[in-house]
Each structure stands twice: as C-alpha cells, then as structure tokens.
Design a protein. Structure first.
Length: 294
C-alpha cells in the first residue's frame, strides 16, 4: 500500500450510563437518525410555509399535517428497512430463525427496504387524508437527504459498511478484524471509505440538487419531479459506489469473491446494484411524467 489514513479514534458510543444494573448508551448511529429526521422535518416545514413554491401558491400540506405524516414515515423506515434486509439479504437465515427478525438491536437494515416502507406509508397517508399523492411524495423526498448524510457518517464512525481494499491515498485502515482480513495484502489493509462517498453523493450533492430544484426552479409545481430526481439520483449514486463497496458477506464465496448477486462469466451486479436499477427507472418515469404535464 502506498498510503494509509489512520481510522479516527471515535467511539461508536457518545456516552453511556448505568441505571439499576442496566447500561444505557447513546450511539452516534441513533443520534444520526434523530437529528436527520429533525432536520428533514424542518426542511419540509419550511417548504410548506413558502406558498410561492407551489402551484397556485397552495402548499399540499400544513405544518400540523406534516407532523402527522412524520410518524408514518418513521414507522415506514423502521419496518421497511428491517423487512427489506430480511428479504433481500438474509431470507434463508431468518426463515430458520424467525424470532431474530424482531431483534433490531443486532443490526441489519436495508435502505431500499426503508425506501419502500416510506413510499407505502406516504401513499396510505395521502389516501386516508385525501391529499395529492405525488406532491406529498415530493415533499417527503426533499426531507430525506439530511438523514442519508448523517447515517453514512455514523456508518463510518461505527467502522461498518466499508469499501474494498485500495492503494489510493485516502484509503482508510478500519480497525475491525473483518476489515483487516485481506488475504492478498501484507500489513495494514486500507479500504475505500465508501460510507463517506455515499454521504457526499446521496446526502450533500443530492440534497443540494433537490433544494436548488425546489427553491430556484419551482420543482414543486411539477408534481412527481422532486421524487423522481431523488429516486434516480440515489439509485445512480449507490450503483456507482457499489463498485468499490465491500460486498455483503453472504454473497461472497471462493467462486464469487466480488460478492455478485447476479453474475455470468465473472461479470455481474451486486444486490445493491440490482435494487438500484428499478429505482433509477421509476425515478426517470416520474421525471418524464412531470415534465410532460408542465
């Protein structure tokens, strides 16, 4: 390796306290979820309070109704993220151990499953309260970027979801035993900080694009456009990062060291890439639909 960046000495736990013999800890990952949701909520409320952003200066929802939607979205993230992980990545294991599906504290969440959960939650919410589905979808999409950014930063702090080995100058030597298991490398193993790549692309860049579209280009006046850009943008960003992201262990084998979920002749796609393709296609559909209705 030409250069290796040391992993920063940051504990996954911000602080912990012991009460009645039980340890309660606040972890960066939990804080990322909380702060991400709060920032997204405030961003969405700010948009709802700006009539000029909407067709006929009529926001699709009031701030009070957004608070009601927030509960549905959180539920969609948790249930969808967990069930998505179970179905997409570890179905055989959880069919043999069904009670472990409920053990969220052991980890295992899928963004694509969470996205499906949020979409379904928002859809049923709009039907219940007779709101315009596409415009509510645009509003929800606008508020997702802060959580994505902070969540990926928390992944980095937790030294999880790291990338493949690299000799690039910004390669990071993650401290876990699994991250340092690189059979073809002598000494420290530097890996792509793929969590930071995703934080930049899915959080900062995509979030900035959505804010620009809403506040500068009047994107809310074309229902479905913001949601379409989010789906296509996230799908494209995640698809690219998957080329340098360490594959999920359950897909890796002696004959498949790259962990490809679909392959032929040594070439193929990871599970993350397979799940991103329909996201991009659906996103492009909503973009074209919105532009045609202009």
């Amino acid at each position: 390796m030409n250069a290796i960046l040391s992993f920063p000495d940051i504990s996954p736990e911000i602080f912990s306290v012991t009460l009645f013999g039980t340890v309660f800890a606040l972890r960066w990952y939990a804080l990322a979820y909380i702060v991400g949701i709060l920032l997204g909520w405030r961003l969405v409320v700010a948009a709802a309070r700006t009539p000029r952003l909407w067709r006929n200066e009529q926001p699709v929802m009031t701030p009070g109704k957004i608070e009601d939607l927030l509960f549905w979205v959180i539920l969609g993230v948790i249930l969808g993220g967990r069930l998505g992980y179970v179905v997409f990545y570890q179905l055989g294991y959880y069919l043999s151990n069904p009670m472990r599906v409920l053990q969220l504290w052991e980890g295992g969440m899928s963004f694509h499953g969470g996205a499906i959960g949020v979409i379904l939650a928002a859809f049923f919410f709009t039907k219940r309260y007779k709101l315009e589905t596409l415009s509510v979808g645009d509003l929800v999409a606008l508020g997702l970027a802060p959580g994505l950014f902070l969540g990926r930063i928390a992944n980095f702090i937790n030294a999880e979801l790291w990338g493949r080995p690299t000799d690039l100058p910004w390669g990071v030597a993650f401290p876990t035993q699994a991250a340092q298991y690189c059979p073809d490398i002598v000494g420290l193993c530097a890996r792509h900080p793929s969590q930071l790549y995703e934080a930049l692309l899915e959080g900062l860049v995509l979030g900035a694009v959505l804010i620009w579209l809403v506040w500068r280009r009047g994107a809310f006046k074309l229902p479905g456009l913001v949601m379409g850009v989010f789906l296509a943008g996230y799908g494209a960003a995640r698809f690219m990062v998957e080329f340098v992201r360490q594959p999920d262990a359950q897909f890796v084998s002696d004959g498949n060291p790259l962990g490809l979920a679909l392959q032929s002749g040594g070439y193929g796609l990871t599970m993350g890439q397979l799940l991103c393709i329909p996201m991009v296609l659906v996103g492009l559909f909503f973009i074209l639909r919105a532009r045609r209705s202009a």
